[in-house]
Design a protein around this ligand. Sequence first.
Ligand code: HEC
Length: 219
Amino acid sequence: MKLLKTLTILLVLGLTVAAAVIWSGVYNVAADDPHWAITSRVLEVARQRSIASRATDLDMPDLSDAALIRSGAGNYDAMCVTCHLSPGAQETELSFGLYPQPPRWGALGEIDPREAFWVLKHGIKASGMPAWGKSMDDYYLWGMVAFMQQFPGMNATDYRRQVAASPGHSHGGGETDVGGGDPHADDHGSDAARSSFEPIDDPMAVPEQDNHHDDDHRH
Ligand code: HEC
């Protein structure tokens, strides 16, 4: 009984101190003030375990399917490069300023594909990584996973070629139609949506990389 009483007192004391620390505002939430190494490590293990335990049983399509990879190239270029960059691309304000930092494109090619799919679909809390499953169908999420698997060894010319040969920004609506809805909604999963591949003759016909997509952006 005595032990129980002591433990209860310690618990109440601990909670009071924790509440006082939180209420005092001493904890700095700023993204430019990194966590302590131990906090980062704990969060990292929690993230890895959380993702791994949820991703293991996912059914995976054939990631070498050329149409799937092509759909991923256009979508990756439209939605991911501002944070994760691409071969030959410069840092952006988001890639530079976010905390935790978004892994650069090269690291995305090293991730287990089921885990990459899970993160893509569900996002990661309080990190800046969105839950793309809210606005995209699984087929197109797998497309980006398939494309990311091609990253090891990819150079800027290969990257631009694959993006130019893709159907561009095209995906189903997921749970909602946010993000301007889906201009290709009628093509969902149809052969038309998956086979608009036009090989380009001139590998040098590579569009300029423009991470800002906004000529008026000055500061
Ligand atoms: C607004 C910035 C932002 C955008 C846009 C974004 N991400 Fe992320 N992403 C992040 C951040 C930040 C993390 C790291 C989260 C963490 O470490 O907790 C991350 C993590 C990931 C991971 C997991 C990496 C790992 O090591 O487990 C994958 C995979 C990923 N992103 C893919 C994508 C793809 C594909 C897109 C485009 C559809 C995308 N992201 C768009 C910010 C972004």
